[in-house]
Design a protein around this ligand. Sequence first.
Ligand code: SF4
Length: 330
Amino acid sequence: MEYGFFDDNAINLLKNCLLCPKECRANRIRGAKGICRTDAGLNIASICVHKGEEPVISGPEGICNIFFSGCNLHCSYCQNYEISGGSVNFCHGEDGETEHIGRESHQNSGLLFTDAIETIESMLKRGIKSVGFVSPSHMVVHVLALISELRSRGNNPITVYNTSGYDKTITIKNFEGLVDVYLPDFKYASPEIADRFSGAYDYPEVALAAIKEMYRQKGSTLITDGSGVAINGLVIRHLVLPDHAEESKKVLRLIAEEISTGVSISLMSQYYPTPQVAEHPSLGKTLTREEYEDVVMEMERLGFRNGWVQEMESSRSYRPDFSMKDPFNR
Ligand code: SF4
């Protein structure tokens, strides 16, 4: 198998994979799938224009989002569960044409990499300013290869690292100068809850360290261009879970104490129960207005002054269907 788009260093990293905090040492070059359920292949589930991110991220034209399949976190309520298992592999053109890339070809052929680059380029040529890498923590060498190739071909999009927050700090250090906007989740403050819902007891510690490094690089100021699109900075997302408003308030207090109340926060109400958790006593429910407003009040009490809250109706419009041509326009 050829890996023409990787340099030798990337290939060595993938032979004994320690790229994410799981450090499971899978030999992804030999086809082994790590805890993230992905081999060394490009493992792109979808490339599409997405207009449903925060206004500064999507901008008026939308963002070219690259959704990777697989994930190094296994959240039981995963809102992108159709692709996080690592099985889907197709690619959409922005003009509505669907470009199917066969399941065989996701084994990292140079052609697929070129196809991905050309698909992204076609979107950039149509006025899309930003390229987002979604669920990238297990695909960081692929992200680097994609950014490097786009730049070498004369493209200079705004790059957005849209992550669960479960990243190694060293990875974030290596992205300095390459990622323009960090868009991490900060899901939990309590290791027990992180373990119960996402199988990662160390998530709070790991995510806090990673986000601190993002903050070191970007600070609190979110710089936007004339059309209101973020061109540099950090936005921390938090999804409020049913029956867990207190945990959300703990997350906000942690950000206030350890990072800054000046950082931009996107407080999300869009949770919806997926079929996998339909019977769960908490995760099988939707969030109530009272729970969400309780968390919003804590955010205000702590003095956060930048960011976004959502309408309670957001769960319907934010729900993706990755079997559709455009997963977010159903
Ligand atoms: S990226 Fe995947 S293979 Fe590598 S350490 Fe993490 S879970 Fe294991």
